[in-house]
Design a protein around this ligand. Structure first.
Ligand code: PLP
Ligand code: ZN
Length: 426
């Protein structure tokens, strides 16, 4: 693990990140001032953002949120960002569609209401725009001039685009063998893109070394030294889902797992809404979804283990291909505490599920969406997911970025004549 304290530029002495007041250690609770640090100096546990939230009547806060911009910034009072964040140059991600999936529900036998939270609608077509937008504000507050990351693909594009809009330099790191759609998107925004010969876990380790080195001076790595802020962006998925359900908790939610950050922060977001009185407190279950070719968390869940044994990924779901997921143990806690589960699907099942969602709801998901839909189908078959309850399934990326997964083409190719078409059997 890299040094807990990173080589930081001369940061302003007092940073202003809205309701965020400190960082606190997830393991031992120790508090440190807001800064570009990610690991506890005492126990090396992960640091997360701690808040003092507005002491406001829930009705009034709901109205204030509803009157806000149609982006994640409507929840600025609950995020580590300055109050005027929406006026600063950024991509305004979020407030994506919550689609009632009636056709898919019939196909899967879900009677309690099935919804797809479709995050392919974000500016760079994945959920990563949410987390990056928060990290950019932290980077600005701490005086970083270069935005960076280790990425399984989607994050690289999101960082490149956000940096371009914010007027920051970017240099991002990816495994060299990613899907063409993701490589092109990572490169097009004009920052530097470095392919690393190795897996995502190798890329991540390399970035941790770079942070401790003068080479990385002045660099904000959104998912490493800015991780405590970055991670908070995933809470907005929980906020939006509840607001879009009419300020109600879903009964069940199916979330993809790469590092596990998104799943843990969705849980944090739901608990915050309950604590603030914005939704009524009742039980909810969180389910995690992985690809069989990279299923260390699912394995540990099924084996009843608390620790996650790292694996070497081999799956078409490259956006989820993290063999050593940092938040894996917390995911296990949450799945067990809420009465959920963690399940995995094979590559052919992922492809089938992408086609199923496209055929039933007109949504073309990337492989991560194939993983969540495939796992949902499996959990229903196994009786672990209750079809009579309200269920939200996340689609976190766009199928146009993973075209190879579904290699499709014309049913038939003909000359432009009625005669030729008449001879075709469709
Ligand atoms: C990054 C990513 C996720 C989740 O990542 P976590 O590391 O678990 O937060 C999910 N879906 C897609 C498409 C992603 O790119
Ligand atoms: Zn600690």
């Amino acid at each position: 693990m890299a040094a807990a304290h990173t080589v930081a530029p001369s940061a302003p002495s007092s940073v202003s990140l809205g309701p965020a007041v400190a960082l606190s250690c997830r393991e031992c609770g120790e508090r440190v001032p807001l800064g570009p640090v990610f690991a506890c100096a005492s126990c090396f546990g992960p640091l997360e953002t701690a808040y003092r939230f507005p002491d406001e009547d829930p009705q009034a806060l709901r109205r204030r949120i509803e009157a806000g911009p149609a982006s994640i910034w409507r929840y600025a009072p609950l995020l580590p960002v300055p109050a005027d964040v929406a006026d600063r140059p950024n991509l305004n991600p979020g407030f994506t569609k919550l689609v009632r999936a009636g056709n898919l529900a019939r196909e899967l036998g879900v009677t309690g209401g099935l919804f797809i939270k479709d995050d392919s609608g974000n500016p760079t077509h994945s959920f990563k725009d949410r987390v990056v937008a928060i990290a950019v504000e932290a980077a600005r507050a701490f005086g970083f001039t270069t935005l960076s990351c280790s990425s399984t693909g989607n994050l690289a594009g999101a960082v490149g685009a956000a940096a371009a809009r914010a007027g920051l330099r970017s240099c991002v790191f990816i495994p060299h063998d990613l899907e063409a759609g993701k490589v092109v998107m990572a490169a097009v925004y004009g920052g530097d893109l470095v392919g690393i010969e190795g897996s995502y876990d190798d890329v991540n380790r390399f970035c941790s070394e770079l942070i401790g080195d003068p080479l990385g001076e002045g660099w904000g790595f959104v998912n490493v030294n800015l991780r405590p802020y970055y991670a908070e962006g995933s809470k907005t998925l929980a906020y939006e889902i509840c607001e879009q359900l009419g300020w109600q908790l879903p009964d069940q939610i199916v979330v993809p797992i790469a590092s596990g950050s998104q799943l843990t922060k969705i849980d944090k977001g739901l608990r915050e809404l309950i604590a603030l009185g914005l939704v009524e407190d009742r039980p909810y279950r969180i389910f995690g979804a992985q690809a069989e070719g990279c299923s260390p968390v699912s394995r540990a869940f099924k084996d009843g283990h608390d620790v996650v044994r790292p694996v070497r990924p081999d799956t078409i779901a490259k956006s989820l291909a993290i063999g050593n997921p940092a938040d894996g143990p917390y995911v296990l806690d949450i799945a067990r505490r809420t009465g959920g589960a963690v399940e995995d699907v094979t590559d052919p099942e992922i492809t089938d599920a992408i086609r199923l969602l496209a055929r039933t709801e007109g949504i073309f998901a990337e492989t991560a969406g194939g993983v969540t839909v495939g796992v949902t189908r499996k959990l229903i078959a196994f009786g672990q997911l209750d079809p009579s309850l309200t269920t939200v399934v996340l689609n976190t990326g766009d199928g146009l970025k993973t075209l190879d997964a579904v290699a499709g083409g014309p049913t038939v190719v003909i000359r432009p004549s009625l005669e030729a078409f008449r001879a075709v059997e469709l």
